[in-house]
Design a protein around this ligand. Structure first.
Ligand code: THU
Length: 130
């Protein structure tokens, strides 16, 4: 079941999105294994390729706060079907928590769910001990 706190935080983040070019707002919120909640919105740029997705914003904040594992991430958009992480975000999520739950939902109440590795089977992993 989607965490209602994360659902609310993702919706709040959605309202903060900086997306003047696509006008496509997305909010993401995640809960770390230690119980902390971080959220992020998509942030676009006049140099289009520098746009950062909401999931990346949330992960960047999580890692910058010293956290390395999350148990669930919720993505909110007003798209139908709900926006789900792009390929780059799936790899970024996979880096930290391939087993984490992903819930993508929208204003209509539609929900797409799975684990990070459901969304990205065989994600890329370097062996840090090498
Ligand atoms: N975008 C997200 O932030 N999350 C998703 O799950 C899908 C797409 C954003 C929306 C828009 O800013 C676009 O990606 C820019 O790369």
């Amino acid at each position: 079941m989607m965490d209602p706190v994360l659902a609310e935080q993702a919706k709040f983040a959605f309202q903060q999105a900086y997306a003047p070019f696509s006008r496509f707002h997305v909010g993401a919120a995640l809960r770390t294994k230690s119980g902390k909640v971080f959220f992020g919105a998509n942030v676009e740029n006049s140099s289009y390729g520098l746009a950062r997705c909401a999931e990346q914003s949330a992960i960047q904040t999580m890692a910058s706060n010293g956290e390395r594992e999350f148990t669930e991430v919720v993505v909110y958009s007003e798209a139908s079907p709900p926006a789900s992480p792009c390929g780059a975000c799936r790899q970024i999520l996979f880096e930290f928590s391939p087993e984490a739950k992903v819930y993508c939902y929208n204003h209509l109440g539609d929900v797409i769910e799975g684990t990070v590795q459901d969304f990205l089977p065989h994600g890329f992993r370097l062996n840090p001990d090498r």
